[in-house]
Write a protein that binds this ligand. Structure first.
Ligand SMILES: [Zn+2]
Length: 55
């Protein structure tokens, strides 16, 4: 029997954050008037009518 490299591990220690809580509200803010959009982007600002797209 051949013993392989048992203690070998690839160095892929990425901190995978699986916390899907509240996302940043910034993409939902109108750039023209600063109003927070009612709907998720892509949408239009209810105040000034500017288009709010997803980044
Ligand atoms: Zn606006």
């Amino acid at each position: 029997m051949s013993t392989g490299p048992a203690g070998w591990r690839p160095s892929v220690a990425e901190p995978h954050d699986t916390g899907g809580e509240s996302v940043c509200w910034l993409p939902q803010v109108c750039e023209d008037c600063g109003r927070l959009a009612d709907d998720e982007p892509p949408t239009v600002c209810a105040a000034c009518g500017a288009s709010i797209d997803v980044p």
